[in-house]
Write a protein that binds this ligand. Structure first.
Ligand code: ZN
Length: 235
């Protein structure tokens, strides 16, 4: 008996998984891909009819899922910086170097770098450039919030982490992810207030959240924006 098969429609293809254990039919969309899980008693034409009937719902969810897919900034020839989209230009040059002028980022890649490695090198250079921007911006902005909140960090670190926006250590060291430079600045502000508040409360207690709330009103919006754009903020 066939347990899995691929079905094509005009707009998309999907997998049907049959299982003797299932009692009802389920449609799942993961990473923009539809999977139908069905009990063996249900015929294929019935499944196809259901998929046709749910067409709008499926397309809407596939679309939403696609927004979570990491954009290819190099192919788009654009990079985000604090709420602005900058034009990205890659070119060969005698030396690898990033030039930033207002609304344009020019990535020079040394002619010594093999053509096959150009994109890898460009990503490396862009990441270094973002880190530099981050160090400048956070140094300045941290100062502002420290004065506002009367809390002072001992050391500022700019880091590269997949799933953490910032941290605060008991020693007073505070760290921020360079990826926050890809987001509008109200999100980096939220992370600064959050980490500074940890200097007083090294936990996520009610008192901690009260302190954050005192300086940052829309915590929920900031948290959900960061959650939704986590895949988007990659180079
Ligand atoms: Zn925290």
């Amino acid at each position: 008996m066939l347990s899995a098969l691929m079905i094509e429609t005009d707009l998309f293809s999907y997998m049907v998984h049959y299982s003797i254990k299932r009692r009802s039919i389920a449609l799942q969309i993961k990473q923009g891909q539809l999977t139908v899980r069905a009990p063996t008693a249900i015929s294929l034409p019935d499944i196809q009819a259901l998929v046709r009937k749910k067409h709008n719902w499926i397309l809407k969810h596939m679309q939403q899922a696609k927004q979570h897919v990491k954009p290819d900034w190099l192919a788009r020839q654009q990079v985000p910086l604090q709420g602005k989209l900058l034009t990205l230009q890659l070119q060969s040059a005698s030396q690898s170097l990033v030039i930033f002028d207002d609304d344009r980022v020019i990535v020079n890649i040394s002619t010594r770098v093999q053509a096959l490695r150009h994109n890898i090198k460009a990503r490396e250079l862009l990441q270094q450039w973002y880190k530099k921007q981050a160090l400048q911006w956070f140094t300045q902005r941290l100062d502002h919030w420290q004065n506002q909140m009367s809390l002072h960090a001992k050391e500022l670190v700019i880091g590269n982490w997949q799933s953490k926006w910032g941290y605060c250590k008991q020693s007073g060291e505070i760290g921020f992810n360079w990826r926050l430079m890809m987001a509008p600045s109200w999100l980096a502000d939220y992370v600064i207030v959050h980490e500074l508040a940890h200097l007083k409360h090294l936990n996520h207690s009610a008192s901690f959240w009260r302190l954050v709330q005192q300086y940052y009103i829309d915590i929920d919006s900031a948290q959900s924006w960061l959650k939704q754009h986590q895949h988007w903020m990659e180079i």
